[in-house]
Design a protein around this ligand. Structure first.
Ligand SMILES: *Cc1c(COP(=O)(O)O)cnc(C)c1O
Length: 230
């Protein structure tokens, strides 16, 4: 990919975030850009890092680990955003700074146990199945308080907030309604005494609606790197 293109795409995304912050009364700079680099090469990541992006998201452990190793020495923050298999928790706990896709206490326990003591606690978002789709990842909203409570004693994890991946739709108002549900769940969590500060929501096609509803991290792949081949 040409770096000129990448630069233009990044500027476009940054502009869209900034304008949405203004339009929806958000604090300037309150939305963090997470570049979703799944399927992209280490060279693509490095090119974006050299343009100032520090946060990268991956959804497959094997693929991610190779890139993380190639890019050691660069001050990057790695976010795991995919489904988590039990047998991959050690690799995730050792290589990532954030995990956005925690949905079971068993997985949380394994991440806690495997987090190396010389690293800071692993930042965690609980993934919520906001549309109650049977095939979708994420816990049901009703189970959220219990899972959040189970995370609290796990000192090698730091619960930061919630993540959702709503059913795709081009209808802006429908997008907003889904993200509003996540925001309200976050507010309930906060009212119950959890100190949460992160709403990980919004991708290329729905980042405006997500920012309108309070996203603090948007996870953007296509708008930065172009269409994915797989
Ligand atoms: C792939 C992916 C994204 C990025 O999606 P785009 O539409 O390419 O911006 C965001 N979040 C998750 C969990 C993903 O798997």
């Amino acid at each position: 990919m040409s770096s000129v293109n990448l630069h233009e795409r990044l500027q476009c995304v940054q502009k869209e975030i900034k304008e949405a912050e203004q339009r929806f009364g958000r604090q300037p700079g309150s939305v963090r850009l997470l570049a979703v680099s799944k399927t992209r090469t280490a060279a693509d990541i490095l090119a974006l890092a050299q343009l100032g992006v520090a946060d990268f998201g991956e959804n497959q452990v094997q693929e991610a680990q190779a890139k993380i190793e190639q890019l050691r020495g660069h001050p990057l923050t790695w976010h795991f955003i995919g489904p988590i298999q039990s047998n991959k928790t050690r690799q995730i706990a050792e290589n990532f700074d954030w995990v956005h896709s925690v949905e079971r206490s068993k997985i949380a326990g394994r991440l806690h146990a495997a987090r190396p003591p010389d690293l800071p606690p692993l930042n965690i978002c609980i993934q919520v199945n906001i549309d109650a789709e049977p095939s979708k990842s994420g816990i049901d909203p009703g189970e959220l308080p219990q899972l959040a409570e189970r995370l609290l004693p796990l000192t090698r994890l730091k619960l930061r907030g919630l993540m959702a991946l709503p059913a795709p739709t081009d209808d802006f108002n429908a997008q907003r309604r889904a993200f509003m549900k996540l925001r309200l769940l976050q507010e309930q969590l906060s009212d119950s005494g959890c100190q949460v500060d992160t709403l990980s929501m919004g991708m290329t096609n729905d980042m405006q609606a997500a920012i309108a509803e309070g996203a603090t991290i948007v996870r953007i792949g296509t708008a930065l790197f172009g269409p994915r081949m797989r």
